[in-house]
Design a protein. Structure first.
Length: 340
């Protein structure tokens, strides 16, 4: 997963000196728009601006992976027919109106979209290919959403959660239908010579309980992750934000070789559960509020906390989570310089 050098940090963590290798993994989406002085809305709708924004971000940060997009969770729902709303100011575009009024309607009408024609998907793929051609050493990826995250946009959050409680079997069936469309999408990405980044944060607790995650979300999630791995030729990272520590065993069942430890979860408990899985890379995310609004001293103090948590584990990264639009590039470069 990704490219880039490792930084070495030494400290007295367990009664002796422990050397820890850790690399920095940035998540640059709407923040890329700020680097070219444009709003997320403007950049998200224009392939040339998407290319310009991520080009600027990559030249500035030399980060990995380079996920091409701004409002990454909107792509598939828009391709299915949802309307993305223009936000005020520098807000991130969002979908506020579902296209299905009921789960039964969705089950009857949903059909896979054409990734070469539908919505902004072709624009994103083309921008990704151009970026990869410019920077052949970069780890360029196209964002692909998980089925529950898509379902939330298609049905609306309230309706989906009602259906989860009353019709769990039907929700799972709907998710399976969405999986088939995502596999076609992934195939189109691979055919053009690119890789994918897989995101499914809508399914994380507390929105779904661990039991609901296991019974409703996990079966279709396992299918899409396993089949995606076959299509791209390697295990696919499973990026789920939120309080994910309770669902670590389920996430590992997907066959992923990469998990994130979000700022919202118990990081100590998360890493303790991962001790028996040293082969799985873990990215421990900083709290975006810290590196966006705190002092430099506080930012570096938070970085130190993550580095100390990394003691005893080789397969680990320091992550940012999605960098907010308004984050100063100086703060990101401060972190990068500190760990390198």
């Amino acid at each position: 997963m990704g490219k880039g050098g490792f930084a070495v940090y030494s400290g007295d963590f367990t009664g002796g000196t422990k050397q820890v290798k850790i690399s920095l993994s940035l998540s640059v989406y709407e923040h890329a728009a700020s680097l070219i002085g444009r709003t997320p809305w403007e950049v998200s709708r224009n392939g040339n601006l998407i290319l310009e924004a991520h080009r600027r971000a990559y030249r500035l940060y030399r980060y990995f992976p380079v996920v091409v997009g701004i409002d990454i969770y909107n792509l598939e729902a828009e391709a299915y027919g949802c309307k993305v709303q223009e936000p005020k100011g520098n807000g991130v575009p969002a979908i506020t109106q579902p296209i299905f009024s009921s789960l039964d309607g969705g089950l009857k009408k949903i059909k896979p979209f054409n990734p070469n024609k539908a919505g902004r998907v072709p624009i994103i793929i083309k921008a990704g290919k151009r970026l990869q051609n410019e920077f052949p050493d970069a780890d360029v990826r196209i964002p692909v959403s998980g089925p529950f995250s898509i379902a939330q946009n298609l049905l609306g959050l309230n309706q989906l959660m009602i259906d989860v409680a009353i019709y769990p079997d039907k929700v799972r069936e709907f998710l399976y239908k969405l999986v088939e469309g995502q596999l076609i999408f992934i195939q189109a990405v691979v055919e053009i010579g690119l890789d994918v980044a897989f995101f499914e944060s809508a399914a994380a607790p507390p929105l779904l309980s661990p039991k609901q995650f296991s019974e409703i979300e996990l079966p279709p999630l396992k299918r899409v992750m396993h089949k995606a791995g076959e299509i791209v030729g390697h295990a696919v990272p499973c990026i789920i934000g939120g309080d994910t520590e309770p669902i670590i065993p389920e996430m590992l069942e997907t066959g992923t070789d990469f998990l994130i430890c979000p700022a919202e979860t118990d990081r100590v408990a998360f890493l303790a559960k991962m001790k028996d899985h040293p082969e799985v890379k873990v990215r421990v995310n900083l709290d975006p509020k810290i590196y966006t609004y705190a002092t430099k001293e506080k930012i570096l103090s938070e970085v130190d906390k993550v580095i100390k948590l990394a003691a005893g584990r080789e397969n680990i990264l320091l992550g940012t989570g999605a960098i907010p639009y308004e984050t100063s590039p100086e703060n990101i470069l401060l972190i990068k310089d500190y760990v390198s």
